[in-house]
Design a binder for this molecule. Structure first.
Ligand code: E4P
Length: 214
């Protein structure tokens, strides 16, 4: 499973890219706003750090506007993946951009049948939002299993990009199901790294090493 970092914070991206853990990046307008930079400034910075798909989301909501904006975003760098909302216009724009060989990520997917539509529109990635479904009392991860089955039934090439990830358990479940990609906030990637037995084991080894020198 590929790991993407779900952030526009270039310090966090640099930190985890140095560990070789970052296969790509996802951003959205909220994450761009948190970076205190414009999308046009931060996306090229991210492209300089990570050599993998970098999702940049359109703000337009009509097909023509999304296609024009998407083409402008795609010109920033060969790795830019145009993120489009899962609406009728978004799917039409996805079809148009896919036909022009622009990589796309259809976002705000909350149901397996929506993912089926994104695949039929030729999306490179579809992003089902797990945590936001959990927030409503549903089991978000259930839709990932369903989407995996549907895509495998018909051999769709669209990659399942698990989004709105809130915990290491989400990452484990996504990997067990066979999702193609999981996009993870830096905080959760930090949690994945940590285990108390790793810390205590290392402390014990170092203490024993010091004692052996006496
Ligand atoms: C990624 O593509 C999504 O924009 C992001 O994972 C949404 O996460 P959130 O539900 O925590 O805002």
């Amino acid at each position: 499973m590929k790991l993407f970092l779900d952030t526009a914070d270039t310090n966090e991206i640099r930190k985890y890219a140095a560990m070789g853990l970052v296969d790509g990046i996802t951003t959205n307008p909220s994450l761009i706003a948190q970076s205190n930079k414009t999308r046009e400034k931060v996306i090229p910075e991210i492209c300089d750090i990570v050599d993998g798909p970098i999702s940049a989301e359109v703000i337009s909501t009509d097909r023509k506007g999304m296609v024009e904006e998407g083409l402008r975003l795609a010109e920033i760098h060969r790795n830019v993946t145009v993120k489009l909302p899962l609406t009728g216009d978004g799917l039409a724009a996805c079809r148009d951009l896919s036909r022009q060989n622009v990589k796309t990520n259809v976002t705000l997917c909350f149901a397996p049948v929506q993912a089926l539509l994104a695949a039929k529109a030729g999306a490179t990635f579809v992003s089902p939002f797990i945590g936001r479904l959990d927030d409503l009392g549903e089991t978000g991860m259930d839709i990932i299993s369903d989407i995996r089955d549907i895509f495998d039934n018909y051999g769709f090439a669209t990659e399942i990009l698990v989004a709105s990830v809130r915990s290491p358990n989400h990452v484990r479940a996504a990997a067990k199901i066979g999702a193609d990609v999981c996009t993870i906030p830096p905080k959760v990637l930090g949690q994945l790294l940590k285990h108390p037995l790793t810390d205590s084991g290392l402390a014990q080894f170092l203490a024993d090493h010091e004692r052996a020198k006496l």
